[in-house]
Design a protein around this ligand. Structure first.
Ligand SMILES: [Zn+2]
Length: 64
């Protein structure tokens, strides 16, 4: 369910668009059945609060 904004749990900043967040590209990591890990194919965006740098979530950018 989509909301109009998110609130940073760390500093309480209300964030209404990705302009208010810092974005870092991160490689997907997948766990493997026997306890190993490895990189997946996807690169995803890690969104951080611009105010306090707390990671808020991960996602792919909408490209329509
Ligand atoms: Zn914050």
């Amino acid at each position: 369910m989509a909301t109009d904004h998110i609130t940073c749990p760390e500093c309480g900043e209300e964030i209404g668009s990705t302009d208010q967040m810092d974005v870092e590209e991160v490689q997907e990591i997948r766990s493997k059945p026997r306890g190993g890990i490895g990189y997946g194919d996807a690169t995803q965006n890690l969104y951080l609060c611009k105010n306090c740098r707390k990671p808020l979530g991960i996602g792919t950018r909408d490209t329509e």
